[in-house]
Design a binder for this molecule. Structure first.
Ligand SMILES: [Zn+2]
Ligand SMILES: [Zn+2]
Length: 375
């Protein structure tokens, strides 16, 4: 393959920071870029690095309401107000300094990726800062200020794309893009996620299939907790490629959250990096098969910020770039990560297999049920 691949580097987006007690730490992404660079992936001939600019209000407004953008800007500048009605306050979505600028940079980075693929002659593009898939048109949710994947999709539609497939492998339901495009037959949203009574955000059941006139354009694979690599991958393979193939999109947009990892502190799945490698390969093959290679990838959740996230997304980016990486992590990166984390990090990309999980049988039943529903 002679792919051209773009890596969006947006160091300015480190201001997207809810504070030291919050799980969504900017270091997740900074250490990812460090690992990508330590492996030399950013300097391979097929890879171009791109910067970012903040998205404009008009661009953010493709998805979000003017009142919400205004509230986000004013709250982040320290103004008093009833910001709780926009989802802001103590807990998941604390108000933080320059909140609008931070969110606008994340959206801008996803738009840079979308532009690179749609107009810039790149086959694939990756924005690790993106994937903030819980933000709603007028409300912050689940650590997410602006819904950059949804804005990216809306931008692509505005610039001539006719059909977009969005695939979300984060452990949480991709509720933002699903809600925003629920009635839009031009956008297929597919989300494979943990589903349990206690688990955020609570949506993403089988029965959510798209609104009137867009039936079948929302597909959910709600898996039980403690699903392991093999059953998760089986569910993915049985559902995602067939529905995306049948939809025949112009572009594939993916959210690559890695909070499915068995050590993630916020979720209960049982995946290892082997599943991330295979998922990236399946998505890569799919993008070439159905969308002429056009693949816009974002990051997403993942709260083992030193031990898992950088390895997971470096594996995904290596797949995009068509590079087989040595399994041993570069020593200089390990030192840097261990200094930041004040703890050991794994020395290899690969991990020992965990074997079957207690959720596996349930996961296989869910996959069969989804297959029966989507036909
Ligand atoms: Zn490719
Ligand atoms: Zn998540």
């Amino acid at each position: 393959m002679t792919d051209r691949v773009a890596l969006v580097l947006c160091h300015e987006a480190r201001i997207y920071d809810h504070g030291p007690q919050h799980p969504l730490r900017p270091q997740r992404v900074l250490l990812t870029w460090d690992l990508i660079a330590a492996y030399g992936l950013d300097r391979t001939p097929r890879v171009a690095t791109l910067g970012c600019e903040p998205a404009t209000d008009d661009e953010i407004g493709l998805v979000h309401t003017p009142a919400y953008i205004d509230a986000t800007r004013r709250a982040g500048e320290g103004e008093e107000g009833d910001w709780s009605r926009f989802g802001y306050g103590p807990g998941d979505n604390p108000i933080f300094d320059r909140m609008h600028d931070a969110g606008a940079l994340v959206v801008g980075a996803s738009l840079a990726a979308a532009r690179a693929v749609w107009e810039g002659g790149h086959d694939h593009a990756f924005n690790a800062t993106g994937g903030l898939h819980h933000a709603m048109p007028a409300r912050a949710s689940g650590f997410c200020v602006y819904d950059d994947p949804a804005v990216g999709i809306a931008w692509l539609l505005e610039h001539g794309a006719e059909r977009i497939a969005y695939v979300d492998v984060d452990v949480h339901h991709g509720d933002g893009p699903q809600f925003i495009f629920y009635d839009d037959p031009r956008v297929l949203t597919v989300s494979i996620h943990e589903f349990a009574p206690w688990f955020f955000p609570g949506t993403g059941d089988l029965s959510e299939r798209g609104g009137a006139g867009a039936e079948g354009t929302a597909v959910n694979v709600p898996l039980p907790p403690h699903t392991g690599d093999d059953a998760w991958l089986q569910a993915f393979r049985e559902v995602v490629p067939p529905v995306v193939r049948a939809f025949s999109p112009d572009v594939v947009v993916t959210q690559l959250g890695c909070d499915t990892h068995h050590t993630d502190p916020l979720a209960d799945m049982r995946l290892t990096t082997a599943a991330y490698r295979e998922t990236a390969k399946l998505l890569h093959d799919l993008a070439h098969e159905v969308a002429g290679g056009r693949w816009v990838a974002t990051g997403g959740g993942g709260y083992q910020w030193g031990r898992v996230v950088p390895r997971a997304w470096t594996i995904a980016f290596a797949e995009m770039a068509g590079v087989e990486l040595p399994d041993e992590l570069p020593e200089a990166w390990i030192e840097k990560a261990e200094f930041a984390l004040r703890a050991e990090v794994p020395a290899t990309l690969s991990e020992p297999p965990l074997g079957p999980g207690p959720g596996d049988d349930g996961a296989r039943e869910v996959a069969a049920a989804v297959r029966a529903t989507v036909g």
